[in-house]
Design a protein around this ligand. Structure first.
Ligand SMILES: NC(=O)C1=CN([C@@H]2O[C@H](COP(=O)(O)OP(=O)(O)OC[C@H]3O[C@@H](n4cnc5c(N)ncnc54)[C@H](OP(=O)(O)O)[C@@H]3O)[C@@H](O)[C@H]2O)C=CC1
Ligand SMILES: O=C(O)CCC(=O)C(=O)O
Length: 410
């Protein structure tokens, strides 16, 4: 199912549970602004390459719009639209004062040199600089982008508007980035998993984890699970997958991936088919890569008892239904991966304050926000007798609806 159709379906279901007025529902669904720009750059060999960039600003009722920028060959407007909408509900679930946005460029960053990536990022920033801003829309990293990408955006934006560190988050520390932001999404995933397992009388220790994706989110999540006694029994990246029923040595794998850029041929496990990762024997499945990976084709074969949605929109509604009939507990993306945007908020606050926090404070506050959101979601689940996804959606949608009504339309 298309990502936007799926996201709209979840939103509409939540709106119905909340009894939202149909006109308000329509107003919440339609994005505030959709930007599509041509980004042409000279390649290193002198030839011309043209890419299409998007920034979809979904809603700003609760504050400046916030969300990552993705570089991936499959970036398309519907997907960016869905991801922008998810950001609106996510920032509301996390109770941070933002709306939602998302951006992306349809490109394969693995096929571009550093200087081509820099030119592409700068051209994209030139095209959108007057529509983003510290109190308007604040980008951050997502798949295929990182702190270096944010540094280029900051530099290009500052040429037009003066030095503005708070215009992006997920920056390098030397440019005003926050301690703890790089690890934040993975650490938030860890806190969220800990809270969910505790509800079920279980703990991280000795649980078996299968992790799809070993980039920013997947690698940090694996590290935290491993450090707390979890057994990471399978991991994949775009190049392949490895398994080890006794638990992979995660620090060794991190070192290997850093120097080889791939999991292939890692000696501490056996190679397996990339697609088998999602149906591998484990207790907890943690998708940390693309959207829509759990669908009606594979949901029935999932072995995990718990799914932690570290990726955005990894489970489409058809899979949701199949999995919930099987009794699988799913912790939804708009809560599970909200640690990233929460620490982005701390970064933005630090930039505005002109004062840097200690990493201990960042992580302490992150845990506090994650625990508080979990409690609020559980309250919604009890109030509306619904699952965790609808608990999170009703929580987020209700907060945005209340802010919208309070602001009015004049
Ligand atoms: N970064 C953040 O702060 C946040 C990210 N997210 C979401 O988390 C997910 C991952 O983002 P992030 O870690 O930042 O992205 P990265 O680009 O850092 O990592 C993505 C990982 O997914 C792997 N991958 C890509 N395609 C496949 C595939 N078909 N099978 C298995 N692995 C694959 C990549 O492989 P390879 O390493 O070989 O390229 C890489 O390891 C996305 O859905 C993103 O939207 C959500 C909240 C915040
Ligand atoms: O850190 C941010 O601002 C946004 C992160 C993001 O894109 C996401 O949560 O999906």
């Amino acid at each position: 199912m298309n990502a936007l159709t799926a996201t709209n379906r979840n939103f509409r279901y939540a709106a119905r549970i909340l009894g939202l007025d149909s006109k308000l529902e329509r107003s919440l669904l339609i994005p505030f602004r959709e930007i599509k720009v041509e980004c042409s750059i000279p390649k290193d060999d002198g030839s011309l390459a043209t890419f299409v960039g998007f920034r979809i600003q979904h809603d700003n009722a609760r504050g400046p719009m916030k969300g990552g920028i993705r570089y991936h060959p499959e970036v398309d407007p519907d997907e960016v639209n869905a991801l922008a909408q998810l950001m609106t509900w996510k920032t509301a679930v996390a109770a941070i004062p933002y709306g939602g946005a998302k951006g992306g460029i349809g490109c394969n960053p693995r096929e571009l040199s550093m200087s081509e990536l820099e030119r592409l990022t700068r051209v994209f920033t030139q095209k959108i600089h007057d529509l983003i801003g510290i109190h308007r829309d604040v980008p951050a990293p997502d798949m295929g982008t990182n702190s270096q990408t944010m540094a280029w955006i900051l530099d290009e934006y500052s040429k037009f508007h003066g030095h503005s560190p708070a215009v992006v988050t997920g920056k390098p520390i030397d440019l005003g980035g926050s301690l703890g932001r790089e690890a934040a999404t993975g650490l938030g995933v860890f806190f969220a998993t800990e809270a969910l397992l505790a509800e079920h009388g279980k703990s991280i220790s000795n649980m078996k984890f299968a992790i799809q994706g070993f980039g920013n989110v997947g690698s940090w999540a694996a590290k935290f699970f491993h450090e707390h006694g979890g057994k990471v029994v399978a991991v994949s990246d775009i190049t392949g997958a490895i398994k080890n029923p006794n638990g992979i040595d995660v620090p060794a794998l991190l070192k290997y991936k850093k120097s080889n850029k791939s999991l292939n041929d890692f000696q501490g496990g056996n190679a397996m088919d990339l697609n088998d990762l999602l149906v591998h024997e484990c207790d907890v499945l943690v998708p940390c890569a693309l959207g829509g990976v759990l669908n009606k084709e594979n949901a029935a074969d999932v072995k995990a008892k718990f799914i932690i949605e570290a990726a955005n929109h990894p489970t489409d509604p058809e899979a949701d239904e199949i999995l919930s009939k099987k009794g699988v507990v799913i912790l939804p993306d708009i809560y599970a991966n909200s640690g990233g945007v929460t620490v982005s908020y701390f970064e933005w606050v630090q930039n505005i304050q002109g004062f840097m926090w200690e990493e201990e404070k960042v992580n302490h506050e992150l845990k506090r926000y994650m625990m508080s959101a979990f409690k609020d979601i559980k309250t919604m689940c009890q109030t509306h007798n619904c699952n965790l996804r609808m608990g999170a959606f009703t929580l987020g949608v209700n907060r945005v609806a209340q802010a919208t009504l309070l602001r009015g339309w004049e």
